[in-house]
Design a protein around this ligand. Structure first.
Ligand SMILES: NC(=O)c1ccc[n+]([C@@H]2O[C@H](COP(=O)([O-])OP(=O)(O)OC[C@H]3O[C@@H](n4cnc5c(N)ncnc54)[C@H](OP(=O)(O)O)[C@@H]3O)[C@@H](O)[C@H]2O)c1
Length: 280
């Protein structure tokens, strides 16, 4: 299968490159998905069977200021890829986010639940989803959450870095979600590409936790592996840690649909913490 990966320099993009070494993988500097001509040229040149879009504007707080940029990449960029995929009759696999929900539901979110994003990032990603479904018949959208991995910036790396110098850390304990390893997302996307069933799917790691519980697990593992002495952790509320963007308190995803369609099961994110050195 001939794959084209966009946003190949990101957390998920780099894992996709590792798992699909034969794929045509284009980083931001090699292809700007906001540029329709460039997208068309790349798709016509590589003639992929499947395009995996790992490109996105992911700076959730900064998006509240860089509104236009966030929409250009997350909405128009996704639309451009959908148009070019349709013209090429290629499958499009696009990644979206738990932040399309407002977090007010008390149970994990299913694909049929109403979206109601509370941030510019979430709104721009939702418009991207809608454009993908409108412009490309053979599209699959994978909504995921709390991504971490060996490449790029993420919560695990931030905790390990802060843990080196800080004796005390305050961590939000009233937002619940599911940490998801970038490699597991890449594996899920490849599995979906090989047996396409179009539509929106939820995928994340398990078990569900708060950011505070996630940090506890990271530092317990780091201490056990002799990487650092765990700092003292203080559980705080979202109100005690104001951010520019509003984040959902519940962004737990229900994985029944992806499991029934593809047999894809959640990976236990705690397994990845057993070798923390890869995140240093
Ligand atoms: N990170 C999370 O916690 C999280 C949670 C839920 C869903 N997601 C979704 O998962 C997907 C992958 O996220 P990630 O964490 O791998 O993101 P990431 O590490 O921020 O990678 C995104 C990549 O997209 C590239 N990019 C930005 N603008 C572009 C453009 N106009 N054209 C082409 N490439 C562009 C970036 O390059 P530069 O850095 O050079 O700009 C970067 O390499 C995204 O769709 C994201 O919305 C992420």
């Amino acid at each position: 299968m001939n794959f084209l990966i966009t946003g190949a320099g990101g957390q998920v993009g780099q894992e996709l490159q590792r798992l699909l070494p034969q794929a045509n993988a284009l980083t931001h500097s090699q292809l700007d998905i906001g540029d329709i001509s460039a997208v068309r040229n790349a798709v016509q040149a590589f003639k992929p069977h499947a395009i995996i879009n790992a490109a996105a504007y992911t700076a959730v707080d900064k998006a509240e200021e860089e509104v236009e940029k966030a929409y250009l990449i997350n909405h128009i960029g996704a639309k451009n890829l959908a148009i070019a995929s349709e013209e090429q009759n290629a499958i499009l696999l696009h990644i979206s986010t738990d932040y399309v929900f407002d977090g007010k539901k008390t149970e994990p979110y299913s694909e049929t639940d109403a979206s109601n994003p509370q941030s510019v990032y979430g709104k721009s990603k939702l418009l991207g989803e809608e454009a993908v479904l409108q412009h490309c018949e053979k599209a699959m959208i994978l909504r995921t959450a709390w991504v971490f991995g060996r490449y790029g910036k993420n919560f695990v790396k931030t905790m390990l870095s802060l843990g080196k110098t800080r004796r005390h850390l305050r961590i939000v304990a009233d937002q619940f979600g599911s940490p998801t390893e970038a490699q597991d997302i890449a594996n899920a996307l490849i599995c979906m590409a090989k047996n396409p069933q179009f539509g929106i799917y939820h995928y994340s790691g398990m078990p569900y936790v708060s950011w505070f519980e996630f940090a506890q697990k990271i530092f317990q593992a780091a201490h056990k592996q002799g990487i650092l002495h765990a700092p003292q952790l203080e559980a705080i509320s979202s109100e005690e840690y104001p951010t520019q963007a509003c984040r959902p308190k519940n962004s737990r995803l229900n994985l029944n649909k992806i499991n029934n369609a593809f047999g894809i099961e959640a990976c236990d994110w705690q397994q990845h913490l057993q070798d923390l050195r890869k995140y240093l």
